[in-house]
Design a protein around this ligand. Structure first.
Ligand code: HAX
Length: 436
């Protein structure tokens, strides 16, 4: 049994025992109440599931196993010459609850290198799709195309015991995470016809290898990728991509089916696709105003015009957060340190100065602050990655870390099929008539 699996097995057994005891003494405790309005508003704020790998505080932002993003940037293992954390370390943390040692992370890097593969039939499928297929569709299809490799599905078909489910889910998830940068890089070159086909470099870690396979060798871009793939990985269980993966996984669908479903949720403009929408909106602004260095007043007018046209300001607002997203701030800090001058990044910062007070006075938005997607595109364009409809794929590579770590936990804890209760408006009418 490998070192990560071994530690996980012990932690999961202890957690299962703890849950059994908690439920034994407190199983009937009331943790939340549901208002009728919550039924019609996307179940906002309703405590209704267990998700172990991270938790979102509306004010402080995301914490992964209790650690904030600034703490992770300080404490997770790094590679020499780079002060950004290695995403391998975060995966280890989400799975075990412990900050790994450098040697644990070095082992995981090697393990993912060993497990990575991209079948020829997946490449052929991608190459044969129409040119206008969205990269997120290719990504989801690419994941699905490898489902025949699922160890969970194959063992289940042969009658696997329930206590062994977690182990083959671990194997599938590790194989899939290892292969995602290869799939994502292949989609990039195939879709944008770069003529490049770049083999992985066995000396590089997971994030730097992804950068390398995209054709990017700058050290600071490698650092950005380590940061990017760390901060986009998880945002507790209620967000659409995590919840979709969690729900589909609860049917005993394997990691391939579950992750592909989660990626289809991430592909929505109110969720992960917002990263492409932000940069598209900024490019439209530049074109509309005829300048790459708009003034505060011009930006303010453009924001008001967008709102007046009934559109959202992409990258602003959040269903849970009520402060600037720490993931936005982490990217801003990165830009302040590594990027001397960029007109696009200046625009992102000027929007940050102007949009919140307009959104606040406009009166509807509960959170007028930027989210993770408000910054990422301008950084990627700076490093030459201008094909913005590709950005959500990069988000997806990262999101796999959190949702698949949780998929392994769900199996180890024996979580059942998710099946909440729904009601109709007729039911609501009857209910309200009895409660006048
Ligand atoms: N611009 C304009 N109006 C906005 C807005 C924005 N950025 N954010 C919210 N609103 C509006 C809502 O559309 C809603 O209007 P209606 O009552 O007419 O429907 C009203 O303000 C109240 O919304 P809310 O309660 O503040 O926000 P929600 O929880 O309903 O929605 C969203 C949260 C993230 C979907 C929303 O803020 C939004 O659409 N933002 C822009 C898209 C975006 O950046 N999405 C990425 C979010 C982060 C993420 O998941 N990344 O992957």
């Amino acid at each position: 049994m490998d070192q990560l699996k071994h530690i996980f097995k012990e932690k999961a057994a202890a957690r299962a025992e703890e849950i059994k005891n908690i439920l034994g003494s407190h199983g009937d405790s009331i943790v939340d109440q549901v208002k009728l309005s919550q039924l019609y508003s996307g179940m906002r704020g309703l405590k209704s599931m267990i998700y172990e790998t991270s938790e979102l505080d509306p004010v402080e932002g995301i914490r992964f196993r209790g650690y904030s993003i600034p703490e992770l940037r300080e404490k997770l293992p790094k590679t020499e010459g780079c002060d950004e954390p290695l995403p391998e370390g975060l995966f280890w943390l989400m799975l075990t609850g412990e900050i790994p040692l450098n040697e644990n992370v070095a082992w995981l890097t090697k393990e993912w290198q060993k497990r990575a593969k991209l079948p020829d039939y997946t490449k052929n499928m991608i190459d044969n799709m129409p040119g206008d297929t969205h990269p997120m569709t290719l990504f989801s299809m690419g994941i699905m195309s490898m489902q025949n490799e699922s160890i969970f599905a194959s063992k289940y078909a042969k009658g696997m015991k329930k206590q062994d489910y977690w182990e083959s889910t671990y194997e599938d998830s590790m194989n899939l995470i290892a292969s995602l940068p290869h799939l994502a890089a292949y989609i990039y070159h195939s879709k944008y016809k770069t003529g490049l086909s770049i083999k992985p470099d066995p000396k590089l870690d997971w994030a730097a290898n992804y950068a390398h396979m995209l054709g990017k060798e700058e050290k600071s871009f490698q650092g950005l990728m380590r940061l990017y793939l760390t901060i986009h990985s998880d945002h507790e269980g209620g967000n659409a991509s995590a919840h979709t993966t969690h729900l589909v996984n609860s049917t005993l669908s394997d990691s391939y089916n579950s992750l592909a479903a989660g990626m289809n949720a991430l592909a929505g403009p109110l969720h992960g696709l917002a990263n492409q929408e932000v940069i598209k909106w900024i490019f439209e602004m530049i074109q509309d105003l005829g300048t790459e260095t708009p003034s505060d007043t011009q930006i303010e007018d453009y924001i008001k015009k967008t709102l007046a046209n009934g559109r959202v300001i992409p990258g602003y607002g959040h269903a849970v957060l009520r402060r600037p997203d720490p993931r936005f701030i982490a990217q801003k800090r990165f830009a302040e340190k590594h990027i001397n001058k960029s007109n696009l990044i200046d625009i992102v910062w000027k929007v940050f100065e102007n949009a919140p007070h307009i959104l606040m006075t406009e009166g509807k938005v509960k959170n007028p602050w930027p989210n993770v997607d408000a910054h990422s595109g301008a950084l990627l364009v700076h490093y030459g990655l201008k094909e913005y409809d590709y950005y959500t794929v990069m988000f997806g590579v990262s999101r796999a870390l959190g949702v698949l770590a949780m998929a392994i936990w769900s199996r180890a804890l024996g979580f059942p099929l998710e099946r909440p209760k729904s009601v109709t408006t007729e039911w609501v009418r009857n209910f309200t008539s009895k409660n006048v």
